[in-house]
Design a protein around this ligand. Structure first.
Ligand code: ASP
Ligand code: MG
Length: 439
């Protein structure tokens, strides 16, 4: 079986929904994972914010406007009155549920239940469309099998048992649909895999059913070798290894949710990135193979904060770094880059949530300096053959740009530098010119 995940833009309009039917309606056994329609999760977040602020009128306004959009889609999507009516009733019941929160005291728990409505609606609309066109498919609710544990990690045992049971109920069926992103937590409450989590859903499912392949369909052709928003002359990379793809996804290439590589890597299930607007393009294939050595791609991640701890007394003492890291562990803040010297250690984080608390704790060790507005530029490739001088070429390309930190040797697949975000565009372009277009 193949797992095919389609993002919000692939179900963003009635035309895209119809195109999707043509794309998936063949004889192959498949499970389709859908996101909410483009913009819907953002709309739900907006509603939630109004509810928290007790601005019920504003919340009601957004709810009604959003519902109207679905009515229009329904009208364009279905041919028969029968399915138009069914779809309208379905949409009405989801919106009545969302609306019910404008009459109640609002809590965190209900927030997750509201966020789940986007995927519940999009999958039902698609299932109805297939039904109207007499294409057999089975809609399985992700809430019946997708589950996270107390640390928010997928509970693979539970997911496998329950998905197998769901599939067993409809033995013989070949075409399944489910929601991305949404799940239940250890208490059985509705929860989610965090924003952009539908890719993760697809790869978790791929891993538990031992899929032949996991396909992530978006509206671009695959991983590019640089960010086309900032750089001219970029191209698609047709083959990447799991490690390279994970580095790229983590360090800014928006096409794939970073954690979604790991479940497939563990089971060695190929991941293919495809474009719904250009389905014949081969896209990017991610496997355990390293297709070639050398530099393959560049990505940038913004919103990075550097924290420098200067301590003449303690840095040389063993156990110092452990105590520093413990503070980050307590505040569940992960560190991206780290460099050390005799008297100071600099590290970067991208989550500002507990920055003040972390800073206060770190002060016990020495002088703490914090700088915001930084970007990590990550150069990905197979650098195993370092004798070819890749590092020198990268640094040479960046010679006009002030570099704040360098990380080299953490893995064979990545060299990262930290720069001020104001130099990002220039850094991406000059790296592109020097590394790919051989200036
Ligand atoms: N609908 C969710 C979001 O917008 C999940 C996803 O699209 O992957 O974040
Ligand atoms: Mg996405």
């Amino acid at each position: 079986m193949k797992i095919l995940k389609f993002g919000g833009t692939s179900v963003g309009t009635s035309d895209r929904f119809k195109a999707l039917v043509n794309l998936v309606a063949d004889e192959e056994s498949k499970l389709v994972v859908l996101s909410a329609m483009a913009g819907m999760t953002d709309t739900l977040v907006e509603i939630i914010e109004f509810l928290y602020q007790n601005k019920k009128k504003n919340a009601t306004g957004v709810i009604n406007a959003s519902k109207k959009k679905y009515y229009r889609i329904i009208d364009e999507l279905y041919v028969s009155d029968e399915w138009k009516k069914k779809a309208t009733e379905m949409v009405d019941s989801h919106f009545a549920y969302i609306m019910s929160f404008t009459f109640k005291i609002f809590t965190k728990l209900q927030e997750k239940a509201i966020l789940a409505q986007g995927e519940l609606i999009s999958t039902a609309l698609f299932h109805y469309l297939l039904n109207e066109q007499k294409i057999d498919s089975v809609l399985i609710s992700a809430l019946n099998f997708m589950r996270i544990d107390k640390d928010g990690e997928p509970d693979y045992f539970y997911i496998r048992e329950n998905l197998e049971r769901e599939l067993e109920k409809v033995k013989g069926a070949k075409f399944f649909i489910t929601q991305g992103y949404i799940c239940r937590n250890v208490y059985g409450e509705v929860d989610n895999l965090k924003r952009g989590g539908s890719d993760y859903t697809a790869s978790i499912i791929g891993s538990v059913v031992n899929a032949e392949e996991v396909q992530i369909w978006t509206d671009i052709n695959g991983f590019r070798n640089n960010d086309p928003r900032y750089v001219d002359n970029t191209r698609v990379i047709h083959e990447l290894s799991f490690d390279e793809a994970a580095e790229l996804a983590y360090f800014g290439a928006k096409i794939l949710h970073p954690t979604s590589i790991f479940p497939c890597k563990e089971k060695n299930i190929p991941v293919r990135l495809k474009n719904t607007l250009n389905p014949d393009d081969p896209g990017t294939l991610i496997t355990d193979k390293y297709s070639e050595q050398g530099i393959k791609a560049i990505a940038a991640k913004d919103g990075i904060i550097v924290i420098k701890i200067k301590s003449t007394r303690m840095l040389l003492a063993y156990g110092f770094l452990k105590r520093v890291f413990e503070i980050f562990e307590i505040y569940k803040t992960s560190i991206d880059m780290i460099t050390t010297s005799e008297v100071a250690v600099s590290l970067t984080v991208d989550n500002p949530m507990y920055l003040k608390e972390i800073e206060n704790e770190l002060r016990k060790f020495g002088i703490v300096e914090i700088e915001k507005g930084q970007s990590i530029i990550c150069v990905v490739g197979d650098f195993f053959a370092e004798r070819k001088g890749y590092t020198l070429r990268i640094l040479n390309a960046l010679k006009e740009i002030p570099i704040r930190m360098i990380s080299y040797g953490g893995s064979w697949y990545n060299i990262s530098v930290l720069i001020n975000t104001k130099h990002k565009k220039q850094a991406l372009q000059t790296l592109n010119d020097h590394l790919f277009n051989c200036k």
